[in-house]
Write a protein that binds this ligand. Structure first.
Ligand code: ADP
Length: 375
């Protein structure tokens, strides 16, 4: 049997009608990221964000059409709202939206056809969400270093990059391949011994992306359900920043053992972190604690310390709310340089004070998990 090529896949997709029942998916320029790994195929279909739910049948039709190719075992089609930069919008399709997030309504809408509530993931131990009230507080940097610190303590750890608005695990772990599929199951990639899965592996990190409601849930469902994670002691879920529908639905649907909130010491970030706490409380996920990131500034040349964001805000707030405080991480050049260079500090310099701080936080998280399990 001859191997299936990308062209074979495109030929099939050229037979599937576009969103408005005019034209086909290929000639409308909606297909990207076609990956063929043996008998497994994956690709993305760009659709206007607000039409994601309505276009689910089209997604299924695309999967079905490709799965009819001889020798295909598994097809994964993902709806995205991204369009490659510079790519003109097809005339029949609605104009692409600007690359920014629309405000998410506060209403909680459980996904239709999404994962069953609290779906267990066989062979995966504790699943921990790392969340923040807003972006840019160092949630992903904390997630990856916490994961590596847990691993350094002898645990098998995976990271699910659920921050699909801005997936950062490919960059943080310096991993750029496409995931392969074996016997119908996506294989997680590996970075410094961590199993890792990210929407960033499936779509171009630079492409503008707008993910909303159903698309977020559909993508996350696939990354949870269709990926061979087991065996894992701990899975760290790097949540999308904020406390909107997507975050709430995700927290409702993943069997989370607990959540960790990352915050900077600034008041505004704390106000947002409070929203995060309330969200997890609403869905009865135990809060394992708060981490204060960028807690104080350590000058890389003189070693002097300055409390530029007002150190200690998160600790005080944790105390006030009766939530454990897990530790503080300084704002330091080495943390930024190593993270953004694809070698997080816990592996780049495991003996450094920063790595020890992550190690202490990891121990705290484990203690809290044990306490929660006992409770
Ligand atoms: P988020 O996931 O909350 O959006 P990131 O983890 O991507 O935030 O961090 C945002 C930026 O801040 C990145 O460039 C990262 O390297 C940097 N950063 C995060 N934590 C620290 C820290 N403790 N010290 C220095 N830079 C940091």
């Amino acid at each position: 049997m001859t191997a299936i090529t990308q062209q074979d896949v495109l030929d099939r997709l050229a037979k599937v009608r576009g969103p408005d029942r005019t034209g086909d998916l290929v000639s409308l320029g909606l297909i990207s990221g076609v990956s063929v790994q043996g008998d497994k195929v994956s690709f993305s279909i760009s659709v206007p964000a607000e039409r994601a739910a309505e276009l689910e049948p089209m997604r299924q039709a695309a999967e079905k059409s490709v799965s009819e190719l001889a020798g295909i075992d598994k097809v994964m089609a993902i709806l995205t709202a991204e369009r490659a930069q510079g790519q003109a919008a097809p005339s029949q399709a609605p104009a692409p939206e600007p690359p920014r997030l629309k405000p998410v309504s506060q209403k909680v809408t459980p996904p239709k056809g999404g994962i069953k509530p609290k779906m267990e993931i066989p062979g995966v131990g504790a699943i921990i969400a790392v969340a923040s009230g807003k972006g840019g507080v160092g949630k992903s940097t904390t997630s990856v270093n916490l994961a590596l610190a847990l691993q350094a303590q002898g645990m098998k750890v995976g990271v699910l990059d659920a921050d699909i608005y801005g997936p950062s695990m490919p960059r943080l772990l310096g991993v750029a391949e496409k995931p392969q599929a074996i016997e119908g199951r996506m294989q997680p990639l590996e970075g410094f011994g961590l199993k890792v899965m990210s929407m960033g592996f499936l779509v171009d990190e630079d492409a503008p992306m707008i993910w909303r409601g159903p698309m977020v849930i559909s993508a996350l469902t696939q990354m949870l359900r269709d990926v061979d994670w087991a065996p894992l002691d701990v899975m760290i879920v790097d949540m999308p920043p904020g406390t909107g529908d997507a975050q709430l639905t995700l927290s409702q649907n993943v069997p989370l053992a607990g959540a960790v909130i990352v915050s900077t010491p600034q008041d505004i970030a704390l106000i947002d972190a409070r929203k995060g706490l309330n969200m997890f409380r609403k869905v009865e996920v135990p809060i394992l604690g708060i981490i204060e990131n960028m807690s104080y500034f350590l000058c890389p040349s003189c070693g002097d310390r300055s409390d530029i964001f007002g150190h200690g805000g998160a600790r005080d707030e944790a105390k006030r709310l009766g939530i454990p405080f897990l530790g503080e991480i300084p704002l330091h050049m080495d943390i930024r340089r190593n993270s953004d260079g694809g070698t997080p500090i816990v592996v780049a310099d495991p003996k450094s004070l920063h790595s020890q701080a992550y190690g202490d936080i990891a121990s705290g998280v484990r203690d809290r998990l044990k306490a929660e399990a006992a409770a």
